[in-house]
Every structure is written in C-alpha cells, then in structure tokens.
Write a protein that binds this ligand. Sequence first.
Ligand code: ADP
Ligand code: ASP
Ligand code: MG
Length: 413
Amino acid sequence: MATIVQKFGGTSVGDVTKIKRAAEKVKREYDAGNRVVTVVSAMGKSTDTLVQLANDISDSPDKREMDMLLSTGEQVTISLMVMALKEMGIDAVSLTGWQAGIKTEPVHQNARITNIDTERLESYLGDGKVVIVAGFQGMSENGDITTLGRGGSDTTAVAIAAALNAESCSIFTDVTGVYTCDPRVAKKARQLQSISYDEMLELANLGAGVLHPRAVEFAKNFQLPLIVRSSTVDKEGTIVEEEASMEQNLVVRGLAFEGAVTKITIERLPNRFHTMSDVFSSLAESGIDVDIIIQQMTGENEMNVSFSLNTEKLSEALQVLENNRERLEYKAIRHEDSLAKVSIVGSGMISNPGVAANMFQVLSDNEIEIKMVSTSEIKVSVVVPEENMVNAIEVLHTAFELDTREASKVTIS
Ligand code: ADP
Ligand code: ASP
Ligand code: MG
C-alpha cells in the first residue's frame, strides 16, 4: 500500500465548494487503495485577516500570541475537510500540528520542524482512516504552539511525507505547476516539466512564492519527489527532483524577483579588521536580515559598505546604525529605496561562462540601471529600480529563451 501525502493551499480551500472539490481529490487517492494524509492551509486569505486583526490592536504583537492566533486558521479547514469527506462516506480524522506529532524549535513565527512523532498518524492510517493535518504549525518542547513562517504548510506536507516514507508529495495550488517565472507577472512564462531541487531552492529563496523554501530543503534532504499541480485543472504538474533534464540546453531555468528592496550605504568607515563584523553583528543582533553586501575602499584608511534589505526593515536598520554611530565611527549614511531584485537561476550556468555578462548586456541594452549584483554557482541577482522590475523580467525572460510560444496557454485558475 502506497502512502500519499497531498497539500491544498489557501486558494484551493477558499470556500466550501472548493473544500468539497479538494475532498474529491482526497477520495480518489483513498479509493485507489492508498494510505492518504492531506495537509491543508487556512481558507483563502484568512491568515491575512488574522494578521490584520492583530495589527489593529498592536504595532508589534506578541509573537507567542501571534502563533496562537494564526494557527486557528488551519484548524477551521481541517474540520470542514473531514466533514466533507464524511459526507462522501470516507472515514477521516483531523489533527492539529501538535496532535500530528510535529515538534519544532522554540521559536515563534518562523520555527523549524525538528522532529515528527508519527505514532498517532500511523495508528489512524492503520485503522484505514484518511488523516487531515493542519499545515504551518507545530509545538515546541515547552508546549507552546509555533508556526513555520508564511507559506509554511508546504513544509508541513513535505516533512510528513519524509517521516512516513511516502512515495511523493503533491502540492495542489492555484497554478498548474512551477513556471519559468511567476505567471501573474511574466505573461510569457511557461510551465516547466521538471526542475532540480537546487534550482527550485534558489528560486524559492529569491522570491518565487510557489513553494516554501524549507519544503524544498526537506524534499532534497530526503530525496522525496515533490509535485506541484493544479487543484482545479487536470493537467500534469511540475516535478521537483534531483536531476531535471535540461530542455534545449537552456542555461537559465527560471527567474525570480522581489520588490520593496532598499540599499543602505554607510560612508567612510575606518578600515579595520573588525569593521565589517561590528556593522553586521549590530544589525544581526537586532534581527535585521541583510541580503547583498558590497564593500569598497574609498581611501587608504576608509571604506564604504553598502547592503540591501527589505524596505520594511529600513527604519529599524537606520535606528540601529544611528545607535552604534560612535562605535562604528562612520561619517554618513545614505539610502535608496523603491528598488527590486531580479534573479536568473539555472544549473546550466555552472558549465557556461558569460551568463552574468549576457544578463548585464541585456539590461544595459534596455537602459536598466544595475545598482547591486550578487552571484552563486547557479544564480545571478541584480538590484534595479523597482519601476524597471517588470521590464527587466520580460527582457531577460526573452533573452534567455524562456518565452512560451503561445503565451495564452498559461493557466491561472
Ligand atoms: P497556495 O495558497 O496554494 O500555497 P501560493 O500563493 O503560496 O499558493 O503559491 C502559488 C502562487 O505562486 C501562484 O499563484 C503564483 O502567482 C506564484 N508564483 C511565484 N513564482 C512562481 C513560479 N515560478 N511558478 C508558479 N507560480 C509562481
Ligand atoms: N496559512 C499560512 C499562510 O497564509 C500558511 C500557508 O498557507 O502555507 O501563510
Ligand atoms: Mg503557498
């Protein structure tokens, strides 16, 4: 008997009709003789609604209480899904994250799963029940409810699939698979048949919201095939696996992007061994994530340091730097907001020099200014003005031969 793990995202369970439709898919797998565990997200945009409620009360809501609040969203869906299955004559049971044995670090709002105690899951599966699990949540060793970060239900599904030695994990969502770029933005984006774990991990980390990065990490660590497919259109999805075949020898598999980027430049810092560690440890201690870093000597004993970060963190970062002005001994701070990061990703880059040069050429031909650059073996990211972001995506998508021949084939349900 095969064990199947499926996950339905928020839009796929957005109302009662959709929940019933998702339940049909669960039933199909169950009727085919499989042991089925289904992970569900909160209905539609209900997590956003809960976040808004908290923000209406406090500018900085308590993190433990946020987890308590947000975990309720998924709890609504699991019970409704079980009711829908029971109406179809299927024996099913709902479990919250902690009831399903999901243990996490004692961190609120962005916890990592540390272990899954599968005893209860196995016992219900052994009784022939379908098990419906609340995504995005777990419990820390001190007994508090934790959540896994926005989009974290993907990670719940993959972690359960790994723990149960499932054959694969299917992520049902509102697109038919992983595309060369977000099809809502890149009109010529085309669905990929397959993509490697490493490429998907880069894309997810660089802003492609279709999969939670930790879900891809788990799938890679456990060599678990991950399938992204539509919850409404009956179409083959995209498989995320170790080796993806390189279509037409393309070096770039896909593009990702993130808006709301700000570049901060700290001017004329003293050139000392510990300057860099002083700057970035003071930011890290305040929980400020920085992204691209550039260091530039401006004189024999002075340097400028620039870094990018999410604009949401700008005022906090400026405050931290101001508080550390005497210790860091810089002369001035500048910042530039309304920027965006656009990245190209592909394993083919490893063996093809000149990909970054091509990217820069295409952007320069289109008069798009590059503010910052960062590279790894399989990606190149550039920071550009946000007003040029969509244009940058489109010209790069075409230049790296990713366009679909029939743009109209892109399906968003
Ligand atoms: P769910 O609620 O099912 O988890 P998400 O909104 O988290 O759905 O993820 C699906 C969305 O991801 C799509 O609607 C699409 O706009 C976006 N997306 C971003 N990048 C990509 C990509 N490369 N391929 C497909 N979808 C993408
Ligand atoms: N409901 C959570 C969110 O909206 C988790 C998820 O959907 O994966 O982020
Ligand atoms: Mg999601």
